[in-house]
Design a protein around this ligand. Structure first.
Ligand SMILES: Cc1cc2nc3c(=O)[nH]c(=O)nc-3n(C[C@H](O)[C@H](O)[C@H](O)COP(=O)(O)O)c2cc1C
Length: 247
């Protein structure tokens, strides 16, 4: 069983590639919204978490789910944490949270993937991102073999450091700078996909009706006409969506 959280698709892409035949892949957001916190595993079945690092830590929905879940039958628990560069202490933080649930996190793999965090910086060139995805594919194969063999890994970072980073993440959650340019076609995709339900369509245009969101960058990257901006800084920046969410 694999639980994932994603904004721009990378984590879903990785979860799909890691899943064995017939293995279930569940959305953390859907599980939280549907109050489906129980994880019932078959004998010997692994429990995996795939999600992006945010501010070198574990983002709210992942933490929320881990804290709420009840698990029966877990023998091997692992995480693949996707990132643009480094996961910092996120692995140690997750290990500590799982330990509180009586679970042992056996393996954490950081995985560099094309990064669409365009609120903060520009995306890489198409050639660089193509190369990053090929490199990630190769590493996913290695991780998958390690998981199949139930291999442990070293897990770095302290829970205290991971917890401390949450303050930086929470400080950046404001939605005040989001807006849509006139070329918005009113398709409503941004509103539909926002995991925080922070966007409502009013008179055919998106309006950020909540003061905070998860900053997953899904709306800004997945807008079909790149109408969504964050202040002025994103107007000259590219957009990135993992192929798994296209079409
Ligand atoms: C709010 C936010 C914070 C991020 N913080 C980090 C970070 O601390 N370190 C890092 O290497 N990448 C960071 N990233 C990059 C993401 O981990 C990367 O974009 C990831 O591929 C997104 O995964 P997804 O496609 O499954 O949403 C951050 C991205 C966002 C949106």
């Amino acid at each position: 069983m694999i639980y994932y959280f994603t904004g721009t698709g990378n984590s879903l892409y990785v979860a799909q590639k890691l899943a064995g035949p017939g293995e279930q892949i569940r959305s953390i957001i859907d599980s939280l919204e549907n109050n489906e916190h129980h994880v019932d595993l078959a004998d010997g079945e692994a429990l995996g978490f795939v999600f992006p690092v945010y501010f070198y830590t574990v983002s709210d929905p992942v933490l929320d789910f881990v804290r709420k879940m009840t698990v029966s039958g877990a023998s091997y628990v692992y995480a693949v944490i996707v990132c643009g560069a480094s996961i910092g202490p996120a692995g140690g933080f997750l290990r500590d949270e799982l330990r509180k649930k009586g679970l042992t996190l056996s393996r954490v793999d950081p995985l560099v993937v094309p990064d669409g965090a365009v609120l903060f910086y520009n995306i890489d060139s198409p050639e660089q991102m193509h190369r990053q995805l090929l490199d990630a594919d190769e590493k996913i194969g290695t991780i998958r073999s390690a998981i199949e063999e139930r291999k442990p890994s070293s897990i770095t970072g302290s829970a205290a450091a991971g917890k401390a980073m949450l303050a930086s993440y929470h400080a950046c959650m404001g939605t005040g700078k989001f807006h849509a340019l006139d070329r918005c076609i009113g398709c409503g995709l941004c509103s539909t996909i926002c995991p925080a339900h922070a966007i409502e369509m009013k008179d055919g245009r998106p309006v950020w009706t909540k003061k905070k969101c998860l900053k997953c960058c899904g709306c800004i990257n997945r807008c079909p006409v790149s109408a969504i901006q964050y202040g002025k800084r994103t107007e000259s920046r590219g957009r990135y969506v993992n192929p798994v969410l296209k079409g």
